[in-house]
Write a protein that binds this ligand. Structure first.
Ligand code: PMP
Length: 351
């Protein structure tokens, strides 16, 4: 393989002189800070937020480095992993010229981000069993293909993508292979973040929004080579992860045991939910899930969705998504929430 980061980087980004903030320029300890036009008197809050945060969120990265076993220099932190997706487009895809490959049905933001950045999308649908169509992908790749997005476990189908197939892409594609592991904590499959030294074209996305229970804080991660992370840091807004998010993320990252207990509980609830759903006549299929949700093929997705909404229960209707016709995506909730769903569905059956 002849992957060369410099040849896929946009020329304007290669030549970009990044913004240098006050906090970038002076990194030591001082007693008087008159360099960033902040309000030196304080914040009208119980906690101090009047100083700009660390632009690189270094303390959070150090803690993540311990948890993940990946050096801090290989970690980028963003305002959700959605920000990392957007930065990939802005760094590597020339608008109106380059293209990316997505493998539907998959997470919707790859397509939205491509459209925002005026980047052509090549769709190579997953196979019937929601795996990669490697031949189709090979045919779709041309000299302007910069990124391939693989979501594993995949949203909305819930299954993991075969590791050997992803490895085939990593070994043969001269652009970046982006593996979105937002749901990896629920999966039996191994993460790809240990493979960064093996593949220079690998970018792994993870997030604190799912298993970590911090969706509102907006903290997403990208793991990649040091060279790729440097590009991300050049392109990102100066203070993309705010001080409240950094503080709370750091506090939460001390609570690994709590999160691991919840993961076990969620998996137990998922199994129970699947068993209960199997009893309904209108459930045609429940796809195997490696995530904290299940994709359920039903006889009447729109009708069931509407009925549940009237009962105050919201699931995700995927009926209009190609290869997901008739499907509802149901997040695994607490035992009480899952019971409420099942009880409502029982009443639908009786109606
Ligand atoms: N990737 C996938 C596969 C997702 O499902 C989501 C959230 N729905 C995201 C990324 C975005 O996560 P974040 O909250 O970190 O932006």
């Amino acid at each position: 393989m002849s992957f060369n980061l410099n040849t896929i980087l946009r020329p304007n980004i290669k030549n970009l002189k990044p913004y240098s903030s006050a906090r970038d320029e002076f990194k030591g300890e001082a007693s008087v800070y008159l360099d960033a036009n902040e309000n030196a008197f304080g914040s009208p809050l119980s906690q101090a937020f009047h100083r700009y945060p660390d632009p690189m969120a270094y303390a959070v990265k150090m803690r993540l480095s311990e948890i993940k076993g990946v050096p801090a220099r290989n970690i980028f932190l963003g305002n959700g992993s959605d920000e990392a997706i957007d930065i990939l487009f802005r760094s590597f895809c020339n608008p109106g010229v380059d293209n990316v490959i997505i493998v539907p049905p998959t997470y919707g933001m790859y397509e939205v981000s491509a459209n925002i950045n005026d980047v052509q999308i090549k769709r190579v649908n997953l196979t019937e069993d929601y795996q990669l169509n490697l031949e189709g992908i090979a045919e779709a790749i041309d000299k302007n293909t910069k990124l391939i997005f693989i979501c594993s476990p995949n949203n909305p189908t819930g299954n993991s993508i075969k590791r050997e197939d992803i490895e085939t892409l990593l070994a043969n594609f001269n652009g970046l292979v982006v593996i979105d592991e937002a749901y990896i904590n629920f999966s039996r499959q191994k993460t790809f973040i240990q493979e960064l030294t093996e593949y220079a074209n690998l970018v792994v996305l993870q997030t604190l929004s799912k298993a970590w229970g911090l969706a509102a804080l907006r903290v997403g991660m990208a793991f990649a080579s040091e060279e790729i992370i440097e590009i991300f840091n050049k392109v990102k807004p100066p203070y993309n992860v705010n001080e409240a998010s950094q503080k709370f993320a750091l506090e939460a990252l001390r609570n690994v045991d709590q999160v691991n207990d919840w993961i076990k509980e969620i998996l137990k609830e998922r199994d129970a939910l699947v068993l209960a759903l199997r009893n309904f006549d209108f459930v045609i299929d429940i796809y195997p899930s490696d995530a904290n949700f299940v994709l359920v093929k039903t006889a009447d997705a729109d009708g069931i969705y509407k009925y549940l909404t009237e009962k105050g229960i919201i699931v995700r209707n995927r009926n209009k998504v190609e290869l997901c016709e008739g499907c509802l995506r149901i997040t695994v909730g607490t035992n009480k929430e899952n019971q409420a769903l099942i009880n409502s569905l029982k009443k639908l059956k009786d109606d």
